[in-house]
Design a protein around this ligand. Structure first.
Ligand code: G3P
Ligand code: MG
Length: 252
């Protein structure tokens, strides 16, 4: 059965507009919207107290002035840290965003979200899916939501919470596995997202010919990427999608 269509754009801002604002923050979502981008990719994880938050790393160090593992922090502790100043002084005062706040902003702005369920080593993929999926289903319409993960368990559990006509799922991988079709079938995936540098033409064409949307991360050089469009790639996830616009690639 054909799945309903998701309004996937050709260009999606990775971790928000992360070349121009601190990644995975409300500021980065607003920056993407202000620059005219309709979709963002964001990472979600659970804090130690179970709050789903938008964050990439297992710890605070790289993108804040704090320290500590997410799995050990409560929300009020994580919120003490500044998550903007590391990027640029103008973002000082930015705080870690919860998934609920993020979804409220996305709904208000009418944006689309590719929510990556980020399962760090030792964390529970099912708990993450159980927390994130109902919130996403409630906040955004089918056409403007997509859930992706490197974790098969997170995807399988997501599928058990929402069928294919109510939630589009994306298989995340580095290079496309030989058994991609079985992975797609197992969860009735809508899309496959791979590292653009590892993409091979033959596999790319097989996927797009099978009617699966093929997205590539994290592509920031439109010239180097150019031939991939002919291979059937549906879209790129980019830190700086404005570079593609400047090279003549439109969003739709
Ligand atoms: O969703 C694509 C991309 O975000 C996957 O890698 O490490 O940037 O989350 P990462
Ligand atoms: Mg990601």
């Amino acid at each position: 059965m054909a799945l309903p269509r998701v309004d996937l754009p050709r260009l999606m801002a990775h971790r928000g507009l992360s070349a121009h604002a601190p990644e995975n923050t409300l500021a980065a979502i607003r920056a993407a919207h202000a620059a005219g981008f309709e979709w963002v990719e964001l990472d979600v994880q659970l804090l130690g107290d179970g709050t789903p938050v938008i964050w990439h790393d297992p710890g605070m160090r790289r993108c804040s002035d704090g320290r500590g593992k997410l799995s050990k922090l409560r929300l009020e502790q994580a919120r003490e840290f500044d998550v903007g100043a590391w990027f640029a002084d103008g973002f000082r005062g930015e705080r870690m965003a919860t998934l609920d706040e993020t979804l409220a902003v996305m709904a208000e702005l009418g944006m689309g979200l590719n929510l990556e369920l980020k399962v760090a080593r030792g964390r529970d993929p099912e708990a993450l899916a159980e927390s994130a999926i109902p919130r996403l289903l409630e906040a955004l319409p089918y056409e403007r939501r997509l859930v992706s993960s490197f974790s098969p368990a997170a995807l399988e559990h997501s599928r058990s919470l929402a069928d294919a006509s109510s939630l589009a799922l994306g298989v995340l991988c580095e290079s496309l596995p030989r058994g991609w079709q079985a992975q797609v079938d197992a969860i009735q995936a809508y899309s496959i997202h791979c590292d653009w540098k590892r993409l091979k033409e033959k596999r790319a064409r097989q996927i797009s010919e099978a009617g699966i949307a093929l997205l590539c991360y994290t592509a920031n050089d439109p010239l180097a990427f150019k031939s991939r469009w002919d291979w059937g790639v549906a879209g790129v996830i980019s830190d700086d999608p404005g570079r593609f616009i400047a090279a003549g690639i439109s969003q739709q």
